[in-house]
Design a protein around this ligand. Structure first.
Ligand code: PA5
Length: 416
């Protein structure tokens, strides 16, 4: 398997009765989740419809486009950003994902694009989120002033619910190209729907490979997802309120950002399924290896013992040799002939052992190599793990009532 979970010093936990009972329960939940028609993300690896739709829409867009501007936030933005930044060398167009309303950034993006060569993809499942709506108003206006209405409308793709919401009405009335977000897939689980598939495919990413990797993971990785879910649940119950993702890869850093949103919004809940107040959910923290060894590890080793660590290591990396310069000086020659890959692995192992030596719970995900298939695998693995963990908590991992209230207050303040 291209993603392997190594429990290291925690391996013996598998012999505990409690772990075994939870694992059995988790496997049943995973099967239930994969069978449930109301939960759509588990069907996406087998679904090639969205790739076909993305290709068909791309054919109807004007020629000579060199930039895609995505307007979306949260689950409507993080997936595309994650894949874009991991596979930036494979992009055939510039992919800008504007997921903030900071006027500084909006001003700079507006200055940097050429409307004639840019397509806008506004993405919002609900069709009413203030960030993409405000951005859409702004960029539509900018394009219309420069290109006129007809040419502007040709350069827009709306991705939203199939029938509901304000954006769907705009798409229908103005006959704008549109794509659907399936009703049974929530924002943070939607990267393998047109939310992620269209922008990535249009910008040159082979999204079929993402699906292929997700399918492989679905068919052979259930135990890994359930083991991860049980560990998340068990250690949280034992007071590990913080989950640290230590990612030894620059390319995968945004995977960490994507996962933290999935983890936080899905599992941080006030009420359980029976309406009982439970206030559960660990806090996710992102660390980059080796960089954050020099900023966070002191706290992790000697600070409060309230964390579960998940390390991520890529086995096959490119070889970049450290040359023999300065060998005549003390403290330089031991690096002669070593590669940066060896250095990174040694630092990763050193940090893990240092944490284990102080009794901190730690697991390791070994990723064979970074490619689109393993990225698809990571997506499916952690979506399923998160959903199963939610079921173990007995909460609904698919809603986000805590986000809604802030959205409503902000709109009220703006006079809605
Ligand atoms: O995961 C989620 O559901 C959220 O993060 C949403 O994606 C985010 O709030 C944006 O919502 P929408 O796509 O409706 O604009």
């Amino acid at each position: 398997m291209s993603i392997k979970l190594d429990l290291r010093k925690l391996e013996s936990i598998k012999n505990d009765k409690e772990f075994q009972l939870l694992f059995e329960k988790g496997m049943k939940f995973a099967e239930e989740i994969e069978r449930d028609d109301a939960i759509g993300f588990t069907d996406l690896p087998e679904e090639d419809r969205y790739v076909k739709q993305a290709k068909a829409v791309a054919e109807r867009l004007p020629e000579g486009i060199d930039t895609l501007l995505v307007l979306g936030i949260g689950g409507s933005a993080l997936g595309a950003k994650m894949v874009r930044d991991c596979f930036s060398e494979e992009l055939s167009k510039k992919l800008i994902v504007l997921d903030n309303v900071d006027p500084y950034t909006i001003h700079n993006v507006a200055k940097s694009i050429n409307p004639e060569k840019t397509v806008i993809n506004v993405i919002s499942k609900s069709g009413s989120t203030v960030e993409p709506i405000s951005q859409f108003k702004f960029f539509y206006n900018l394009f219309e002033v420069e290109l006129g209405r007809e040419e502007t409308l040709k350069r827009i793709v709306i991705t939203t619910d199939i029938s509901k919401g304000n954006l769907r009405k705009v798409a229908e009335e103005l006959e704008i190209l549109s794509l659907e977000v399936p009703e049974n897939v929530g924002g943070r689980f939607s990267v393998l729907t047109p939310v992620g598939i269209f922008p990535l495919e249009y910008c040159g990413i082979d999204t079929e490979l993402l699906l292929k990797g997700a399918l492989k993971q679905k068919l052979s990785g259930k135990e890994t997802a359930v083991t991860g879910a049980v560990l998340d649940y068990l250690f949280y119950k034992q007071g590990k309120n913080i989950k640290v993702l230590f990612i030894y890869s620059d390319r995968l850093y945004r995977f960490g950002e994507w996962y933290l949103q999935l983890f936080g919004e899905s599992l941080g809940k006030r009420f359980d399924r029976n309406g009982k107040e439970v206030t559960v959910g660990a806090t996710g923290v992102l660390a980059k290896g080796v960089t954050d060894q020099h900023s966070q590890v002191q706290l992790y080793r000697e600070g409060p013992d309230d964390k579960l660590f998940a390390f991520f290591k890529v086995n096959k990396k490119i070889d970049v040799l450290i040359p023999e310069s300065f060998s005549q000086f003390e403290g330089f020659s031991y690096l002669n002939g070593k590669t940066f890959s060896q250095l990174m692995d040694a630092e990763c192992e050193g940090t893990m052992q240092a944490l284990e030596n102080t009794g901190r719970p730690l697991i390791l995900y070994q990723i064979e190599e970074i490619n689109l298939e393993t990225m698809g695998g990571l997506i499916y693995l952690f979506e399923l793990q998160t959903a199963v963990c939610g079921y173990l908590y007995n909460i609904n991992p698919f809603d986000q009532p805590g986000v809604e209230e802030g959205k409503l207050i902000a709109k009220k303040l703006l006079g809605y």
